[in-house]
Design a protein around this ligand. Structure first.
Ligand code: URA
Length: 435
């Protein structure tokens, strides 16, 4: 087989066979196919798409490109959760301790920030000393002992996706349904959980902007998971505006902690409850969603979810005192209000632009190797449907560099749109995909 022939086949709109896809992934992982040929293939896939059969073959080939983690040493049902990526999405930080406090084992692999979207690992590193670079043995022991562990993608788990993902990120080939589905599901299948709850984002801050595309992505991933024998369910949720109010690593951690104290923003709490309910049912800790919600409310009210976060942070080397004293989290030097330029109602927020503001402040990576500033970001005071009056602040901005502050502020103001008439608030949960 020759990669040249496969590129031409896909470019001309033909289907690749399972053997061809397996060959391509095997040889690319072994560095026998160069990045420039794989970039051409990704662009051909972007324009020509992939059939369901090709997507299955790509997912399986990437899942088997490295080790398949064996979690059989962890007792009980192991549940994983994954979001397709968004702005202000700190869900895993609050949700995983909530679910673990209800008795469901969480063995989760997370990623770093990507483009305008943040990543759980970067956020968790706001706890001084916290690491996700733990061994598989540590990971399994911790899940058995405290019920939750989050590790980073190691070189051995789905290495084909690791390489391909970095390539797609710089060749404008991220936002393709088959490529996203196979990227996420190959990692999920290789990391060994029995049940997977997916949070598929939709809207201007998501990779899939249109609701119909997000539902199609959700269906594709649920099919892939179920076919591989993992109980999989997807929640399609709104990302047409940031989730909650905080955007930026340490600020999001602080909001997750407030949520575990029962003081989180309504939309964020609603998402945690919805995803958490499905995780509890999948993990066998609740008979139905109603019972699951009661349990989740209980672990917030009695402080056990917050304690679980502290145990989890400590088990991975982090300073768990910050869970109870958030003044120990990284803090920015400059804090300013962004005043509204006009009166009325917020009609729309360009969500990806808010993510880019955080990036400009230093909260995300400009290049693969950039150091990020954990302290910077924004707290939004006004969201879609809210009334704004002259003299009111739209957001508080946290910065460590005056030039970056000015650039982010200018961009922020362009991302907010207003109208004179009142506007309906956005529905957070767009739907559930089970089969
Ligand atoms: N997250 C992933 O892991 N892969 C994608 O392609 C998009 C989001």
């Amino acid at each position: 087989m020759r990669m040249y022939d496969l590129i031409m086949k896909k470019r001309n709109g033909e289907k690749l066979s399972t053997e061809e896809i397996e060959y391509m992934i095997k040889e690319y992982t072994a560095d026998h196919i160069p990045d420039y040929q794989m970039s051409a293939m990704m662009m051909a896939v972007y324009f020509q798409g992939m059939s369901a059969q090709e997507t299955v073959a790509l997912t399986m080939a990437m899942a088997h490109s490295g080790d398949m983690m064996n979690l059989s040493a962890v007792e009980g049902v192991k549940v994983d959760k994954h979001s397709t990526g968004g702005v202000g999405d700190k869900t895993s930080i609050a949700l995983t301790p909530m679910v673990a406090a209800c008795g469901v084992k969480i063995a989760k692999m997370s990623g770093r920030g990507l483009g305008h979207t943040g990543g759980t690992i970067d956020k968790l590193e706001s706890f001084a000393g916290f690491t996700t670079g733990i061994t598989e043995e540590h990971f399994i022991r911790q899940v058995n002992e405290i019920g939750v562990s989050i590790m980073g993608q190691t070189a051995d788990i789905a290495p084909a996706d690791k390489k391909l993902y970095a390539l797609r990120d710089v060749t404008a080939t991220v936002d393709n349904m088959s490529l996203i589905a196979s990227s996420i599901m190959s990692k999920k299948l290789a990391s060994g959980a029995d049940a997977i709850v997916l949070d598929v984002k939709t809207g201007s801050g998501a990779f899939m902007k249109k609701e119909e595309d997000s539902f199609a992505l959700a269906r594709e991933m649920v099919t892939l998971g179920n076919m591989a024998g993992r109980k999989t369910i997807a929640v399609v949720s709104d990302m047409d505006q940031p989730l909650g109010r905080a955007v930026g690593n340490a600020l999001e951690v602080e909001e997750a902690i407030a949520t575990l104290q029962g003081e989180g923003p309504d939309d964020f709490m609603q998402l945690c409850m919805t995803l958490g309910a499905y995780m509890l049912v999948a993990g066998g800790a609740a008979a139905d969603e109603e019972e699951a919600r009661e349990k989740l409310e209980h672990v917030i009210a009695d402080g056990s979810a917050l304690k679980k976060l502290a145990d989890f942070v400590q088990a991975q080397g982090g300073d768990s005192r910050a869970v109870y004293d958030t003044s120990l989290l990284p803090k920015a030097d400059v804090v300013e209000e962004i005043m509204t330029p006009q009166e009325g109602y917020v009609s729309k927020i360009d969500c990806d632009e808010i993510g880019i503001c955080s990036l400009i402040l230093g909260g995300g990576r400009e290049t693969k190797d950039s150091e990020i500033d954990l302290a910077v970001g924004l707290i939004l005071h006004k969201k879609v449907g809210d009334q704004v009056k002259v003299g009111e602040s739209l957001a508080t901005i946290y910065a460590n560099d005056p030039d970056k502050l000015a650039a982010a502020k200018e961009r922020f103001l362009k991302a907010y749109h207003f109208t004179k008439q009142s506007v309906q608030k956005t529905e957070l949960i767009k739907g559930i995909v089970r089969e």
